[in-house]
Design a protein around this ligand. Structure first.
Ligand SMILES: Cc1cc2nc3c(=O)[nH]c(=O)nc-3n(C[C@H](O)[C@H](O)[C@H](O)COP(=O)(O)OP(=O)(O)OC[C@H]3O[C@@H](n4cnc5c(N)ncnc54)[C@H](O)[C@@H]3O)c2cc1C
Ligand SMILES: NC(=O)c1ccc[n+]([C@@H]2O[C@H](COP(=O)([O-])OP(=O)(O)OC[C@H]3O[C@@H](n4cnc5c(N)ncnc54)[C@H](OP(=O)(O)O)[C@@H]3O)[C@@H](O)[C@H]2O)c1
Length: 273
């Protein structure tokens, strides 16, 4: 998405920047105006003009960005919807991308465009309260779940939550410390991190393998004690579209449905690209 930039498109300030590693960053953005309301799981839009600098690690752009254009992209909100001062985002660097090399160049105090509202149906709204929720992500697909857990886990001690998060290396497992602490404190949360490139990360002693392999091996069920039964647990899938597709097919074999319409869906999907 590229739009003609207003003379001054900036309406928000970066008030927090935590680099998980050089390719992963957590940004906190405070709007000049009052923060929009949002539901955990929704996304907002960040934007920067073509004139904004790109980080040194960036590759040359596939298509050069016109200087007078505002480059805008969707980002899932990771902060709690109860947090009214800022919104938090968890972003991966696409070195050849238009926006992320510019977002990675932002520092504390930098100005940025933040869209005026949040959007998206990837929320817990339609999940009956007695059902468990299985939150499956690769990479930064974890972001909407962080918002859900930060918002709901505090008050919802009954509902079971499971987080299955896949990344290449252990140093790409953002929010791992927070999720491990939450899982220790809250018996209704099970956190299962997994890495896929263990040969280059020999000191990681956790789960290894792609998400669909773990589901196939029954890891989800063994570690959480839940059964993959659409009447008892709904599944959220977010991140890499190939992972989403593969896991969706496995779940459909077990009676799950992503279809909308009259039948309520039991698989909820957010694809990032
Ligand atoms: C609803 C929604 C929510 C999103 N939330 C997030 C989020 O919370 N965090 C985030 O980092 N991105 C998120 N994205 C992706 C984001 O909108 C951009 O596409 C991404 O940041 C790349 O922008 P770019 O201009 O740098 O690269 P572009 O030039 O637009 O390059 C796009 C290419 O980069 C790759 N890619 C894009 N996003 C990712 C990703 N997250 N992980 C791995 N590869 C990717 C794909 O190959 C894609 O074709 C979301 C997308 C959607 C539709
Ligand atoms: N450490 C890094 O090198 C690094 C870190 C962050 C970002 N980046 C850059 O950021 C972009 C995105 O990287 P990312 O690692 O966040 O996202 P990603 O490439 O989507 O990988 C995230 C996780 O999804 C897995 N995955 C990939 N394809 C899959 C499929 N078909 N089914 C199931 N799982 C699948 C990956 O496993 P596999 O390992 O098997 O691919 C990895 O565990 C890339 O452009 C990358 O160059 C690189």
């Amino acid at each position: 998405m590229t739009f003609a930039a207003a003379p001054n498109p900036y309406n928000a300030t970066v008030i927090g920047r935590e680099e998980i590693n050089p390719q992963l960053v957590i940004l906190r953005v405070r709007p000049d105006a009052e923060l929009f309301d949002f539901k955990p799981g929704q996304f907002a839009v960040l934007g920067l003009p073509g004139t904004a600098p790109r980080v040194a690690e960036a590759a040359s752009e596939d298509v050069p960005t016109e200087p007078d254009k505002l480059v805008r992209r969707a980002y899932s909100i990771a902060s709690s919807s109860l947090e009214r001062r800022y919104v938090e985002f968890y972003i991966t660097l696409i070195t050849s991308g238009q926006l992320t090399p510019r977002l990675f160049a932002l520092r504390h105090g930098s100005r940025v465009f933040l869209g005026p509202k949040a959007s998206g149906l990837f929320t817990l709204d339609q999940v009956p309260p007695e059902k468990a929720v299985i939150l499956v992500a690769t990479g930064t697909g974890l972001a909407p779940y962080i918002s859900m857990l930060r918002t709901m886990l505090v008050n919802d001690e009954r509902r079971r939550f499971v987080v299955l998060h896949g990344a290449r290396y252990s140093w790409d497992l953002g929010y791992r410390g927070e999720l491990e602490s939450l899982a220790r404190l809250r018996p209704n949360l099970t956190y299962i991190p997994s890495i896929t490139r263990a040969d280059q990360d020999p000191h990681f002693h956790g789960r290894v393998g792609r998400i669909q392999a773990l589901v196939e091996q029954g890891v989800l069920e063994k570690e959480s004690g839940l059964t993959l039964n659409p009447a008892k647990a709904e599944v959220f899938l977010c991140g890499n579209p190939d992972m989403v597709q593969a896991v969706r097919m496995m779940l459909e074999d077990k009676g799950y449905s992503a279809a909308k319409g009259k039948a309520a869906c039991t698989i909820h999907i957010e694809e990032y690209w």
